[in-house]
Design a binder for this molecule. Structure first.
Ligand code: MCN
Ligand code: MO
Length: 710
């Protein structure tokens, strides 16, 4: 059995030996390089003068519309306005200087709280800056506020951060006279293909996702540059390549979070939470349909998961999702759930400090005891042992306490989240004539190691050595359709598709072997790659069966669509602990040790899952004490490079310890739930809670700055 074992990633040898291929490594003869002229004004009417025929604008890409490339009005600094094509990247960037843009400046609004007033319009063609207003209610909030012994008011800001994968976005597009071929650093080849088909109005498109150097949610949507280049490639019939600089990337892509909660929480003296009343303001940034649609889903996740793992019956959240003249926000690791967990777990800490009670006692008092449980905003929590996990975490907490010196505090957080979204995913499992099995997923892993997990799953079903499995993905030509890799869905939904496809292949192999053995199917015994007749001593190897199948009229090429019926998600949970050292003289904050305890159902590969927790926790630690965009009043992003944008490196990384239990199995064939985002969800509040305990002062903003600590 491979499932459950810490198998090393089969993806890695090529990465470790320089054998990987990213978009920028792909060279097609005659390739031209594309660069984008970007807006330097947060809001203005624009007129672009083109000198030369290598310059293109929104009029060439989307005549009559402002999306994806604006024709008349720019709405954020960094927005792509014009496109130049050069023989190489140097010429392309030089050519940018030949373009003249006339800006007629318009009033702009940077703070979403100002944008709500609608005094200044973010985009003149939109009636209101408010993209969505929604009132979410459950139970009776007024009653709970009346019954409370204490009502605590507060404000929490989950700031805007940037996903910043090591590899920026990038695209190479070539129309060969018949078909548009696109190589993109994307999270899903099929999803990008669908978007390009809609935009261009043509069907003959192949999208290839080569190796991708991380994405963290920022490469789900199709970005304006991708639409523009695809369109130009059709026109120019030459291969076009675009790779942004780090600063361009940071100005225009991968912004996430940016949500503020103003709350009132009704509590009893004993720590029982009666209700939460709040206003949520989410900054969507500038209007861009792909990003805004993506982010509004995340806003809903924030609201619906805001009650955490607690039996809070009464809730009212007024949600304002509002446009501003900043870069659009979009999914970033956790996508709405980090904000939810941040808000509720910060509230738990605030209650515990206010009432002088241990936060574990507050949690225990309010914890959901019976599963399944439907929360007051309609999310069903499926399986697990919340109290068992909480008690186990308490033991780690007590041990950490003994380890902590006087300038150190321990913060904790408990999360529930939603993962493994449907509605479906594909898998193709096929036997090749050399006896090996090729498996293809319709999703698009880009660093997680799902390929290894898929191979483990299929190797177990087919009872063959993992070495005999080849894993492929990321090409719309090799599997008919697919969804993609996000929402911590891949190993569970994609893996269940693999499981089912492999089962079907196994069934077919038995059928073929039965014919070869002159036996009924029931008379065949299959074990570890050998098909034998139960009654005679005759047997065949899997390779022999594969090599005979086609001539016998059998296809050993199975595509399976795994459809997820209600509710279409799974609910993992856990408790994370951060031991944080706070120096009140210098203001420095340092996470010294971090312990995570999770239940994500069956763990397919503990090494991969642990890697996800480590990476995610480090990103969440980054949000707590290092990261955050800084916009000037004039709408410029002041820290759009890795020197000025605080970023945890290996130096800042604490020791991260991971533990897991497997009580909350999902109903999927893999029995798993997702873990790809849990670290980023749980870590931020754990760290901030620790600092808050140390400095005994309510923290509203992140990253926590030294001046706050001194
Ligand atoms: N895993 C496991 N057992 C489980 C759950 C997961 O062994 N019960 C393993 C899987 O085999 C896989 C990894 O953990 O190797 C993550 O699986 P899963 O939870 O299904 O999440 P996805 O593969 O769908 O990954 C998406 C998730 C998201 S949404 C973001 S954002 C993110 C993340 O993964 N972006 C990443 N992790 C990332 N890691 C890297 N290196 N790069 C990114 O861009
Ligand atoms: Mo994601």
């Amino acid at each position: 059995m491979y499932v459950g074992k810490p198998i090393k990633r089969i993806e890695d040898p090529k990465f470790l030996t320089g054998g990987s291929t990213y978009v920028d490594d792909i060279e097609l003869p005659g390739t031209l390089f594309v660069a984008f002229l970007r807006s330097v004004k947060p809001h203005a009417k624009i007129k672009i003068k083109k000198n030369g025929n290598n310059v293109f604008t929104g009029y060439d890409i989307n005549p009559g519309k402002d999306f994806p490339i604006p024709i008349e009005e720019t709405t954020y600094v960094g927005q792509p306005l014009a496109i130049v094509v050069g023989r190489d990247r140097y010429e392309a960037y030089d050519l940018l200087e030949s373009i003249e843009v006339e800006y007629e400046e318009l009033p702009y609004v940077i703070d979403p709280q100002d944008a709500l007033k609608n005094d200044v319009k973010v985009y003149s063609k939109k009636e209101s800056n408010i993209y969505e207003y929604k009132k979410w209610e459950g139970g009776n909030i007024e009653q709970s506020l009346k019954e409370a012994d204490v009502v605590i008011n507060g404000e929490l800001y989950n700031q805007r951060v940037i996903a910043n994968p090591l590899e920026t976005r990038g695209i190479l597009a070539y129309f060969d006279g018949n078909r548009l071929n696109v190589w993109s650093s994307t999270q899903s080849a099929h999803y990008l293909r669908r978007n390009l088909m809609n935009f261009l109005g043509i069907d003959n498109i192949r999208v290839i996702q080569p190796d991708v150097g991380g994405a963290f949610g920022s490469k789900i949507i199709a970005h304006p540059e991708e639409y523009a280049i695809a369109k130009l490639a059709l026109k120019m019939k030459r291969p076009l390549k675009w790779i942004p600089t780090r600063s361009e990337e940071m100005q225009s892509a991968g912004h996430g979070r940016d949500k503020r909660l103003k709350f009132k929480v009704a509590v009893k003296r004993d720590g029982t939470i009666l209700g939460i009343d709040g206003t949520l303001i989410a900054d969507l940034g500038a209007p861009y349909p792909d990003a805004n649609d993506d982010e509004i889903g995340n806003v809903h996740s924030t609201v619906r998961m805001l009650l955490g793992p607690y039996r809070i019956q009464n809730v009212r959240i007024e949600e304002y999702a509002v446009n501003t003249n900043k870069a659009p926000t979009q999914s970033y690791r956790g996508a709405g759930r980090p904000e939810a967990t941040y808000f509720i777990e910060r509230i738990i800490n605030i209650i515990s400090l206010e009432l002088g009670k241990d936060e574990f006692d507050i949690r225990e008092k309010n914890l959901i005891r019976e599963l399944p449980y439907k929360n007051a905003l309609g999310i069903t929590y499926d399986t697990g042992d919340y109290i068992g996990l909480l008690n186990k975490a308490r033991e780690y907490y007590e041990t950490l306490k003994k380890e902590a010196s006087t300038d150190e505090c321990i913060g904790s957080s408990m999360y529930v989240e939603i993962t493994a979204f449907g509605p479906w995913e594909t898998a193709r499992v096929l036997a090749k004539s050399d006896g090996k099995i090729m498996i293809i997923t319709g999703s698009g892993p880009h660093g997680q190691g799902d390929g290894t997990a898929f191979a483990q799953i299929v190797a177990d079903v087919l009872e063959i050595p993992i070495e005999n499995i080849e894993v492929r993905w990321g090409d719309t030509d090799i599997i008919s359709d697919g969804i993609g890799t996000w929402g911590s869905r891949t190993v569970t939904i994609g893996g269940s598709a693999m499981y089912k496809a492999a089962e079907e292949l196994r069934r077919r192999l038995i059928e073929v072997s039965a014919k070869m053995l002159n036996a009924d199917v029931e008379e065949v015994e299959y074990k570890n790659g050998i098909f034998s007749h139960k009654k005679s001593s005759k047997s065949f190897t899997i390779k022999e069966v594969i090599q005979n199948a086609y001539s016998m009229g059998y296809s050993l090429d199975v595509t399976y669509v795994y459809n997820v019926t209600k509710p279409g998600y799974t609910v993992p949970y856990g408790v994370h602990l951060a031991l944080v050292k706070v120096d009140k003289e210098t203001g420095s904050i340092r996470v010294r040790k971090y312990i995570a305890l999770d239940d994500v159902g069956r763990v397919i590969n503990p090494l991969l899952a642990e890697g996800q927790i480590i990476g995610g926790a480090l990103q969440g630690i980054g949000q707590a004490i290092y990261e955050g965009t800084i916009y000037s009043k004039e709408g410029y992003l002041l820290n759009s490079n890795l020197t000025d944008y605080g970023f945890p490196t290996a130096v800042e990384a604490p020791r991260i310890e991971w533990h897991y239990i497997e009580k909350g199995l999902s109903g999927h064939p893999t029995n798993s739930k997702g873990i790809g985002e849990a670290g980023a969800i749980a870590s931020t509040p754990a760290v901030v809670n620790a600092v808050e305990k140390c400095i005994r002062k309510k923290i509203v903003n992140m990253p926590i700055r030294p001046e706050e600590v001194i």
